[in-house]
Structures are given as C-alpha cells and as structure tokens.
Design a protein around this ligand. Structure first.
Ligand code: SF4
Length: 125
C-alpha cells in the first residue's frame, strides 16, 4: 500500500480542525493539527468506516405540508448513503407525524433509524 499524506477535516466538534494525516491504507502513521485525542479516533474511523449524518425529506399524506424533514439518528455508513436516499424516496407516511417518530426503522439493516425532525399535523380537509 502506498503511504499517503492528506488533509482530513475533523467534524467531531465545531472547532473543525484540519488534520494532516499520513497513513498506509487504514494504518495511521502520523496525525498533526488535532486539538484533542478525539481527532485521532475520527481519523481512524474515517479510514476504516466513514459515516455521515444524513438529512432529507419524506412524503406525508394528509399533512399540513407534503414533506417532513427527517434525519438519521446516528451517522450512517458513507458508501451506502445513495442507497439509503433511494430507500427513503419510497417511503410515504400518514399525518400526523410527531417529532422523532421513526419513519424508516433499521434502515438497510444497519440498525440505524431514520426519524422525523419536526411535527407535521394533519392539514385542513
Ligand atoms: S480534533 Fe478535537 S477539537 Fe479538533 S475538531 Fe476534532 S474533536 Fe474538535
């Protein structure tokens, strides 16, 4: 495996440190620029199992609005995000929707739920 040096921005906290990372595959050889040890853990995860929070919308029938914003309860495996978005596009839920209501449980068998980020009351009929 080639030795690579690259910049990785740690998104663990709002500081957003730019880390200069030298690695050989998933083996970390050196990290600079991290203001705390969590930066090292972030890099390790980024090299082995990168994940991101995913936010999008889901269709609602009978609601005040036709869509409700949703997000993954935990960071989701990055390589499967487009597959997740496809799965979410097929979901349609009934109003009323409660904030943090699960709209897609155990998404793609990852154990991660997709939940509503706000209430959506029924619309006027
Ligand atoms: S390295 Fe530490 S201080 Fe810097 S962004 Fe990551 S968690 Fe925050």
């Amino acid at each position: 495996m080639p030795v690579i040096t690259e910049n990785i921005i740690c998104i663990t906290c709002p500081m957003g440190c730019t880390l200069q990372v030298t690695h050989e595959g998933s083996t970390i050889l050196n990290v600079e620029g991290n203001n705390c040890a969590r930066g090292i853990a972030y890099v390790q995860r980024e090299l082995t199992d990168p994940r991101r929070m995913v936010a999008t919308t889901v269709r609602v029938s009978g609601g005040l609005h036709p869509l409700v914003p949703v997000y993954t309860k935990e960071p989701f495996p990055k390589p499967r995000i487009s597959e997740l978005l496809e799965a979410i596009r097929t979901v349609q839920i009934e109003a009323p929707v409660k904030m943090e209501q699960v709209v897609l449980a155990d998404a793609l068998g990852t154990g991660i739920d997709v939940i509503a980020s706000r209430d959506m009351p029924r619309g006027a009929t």
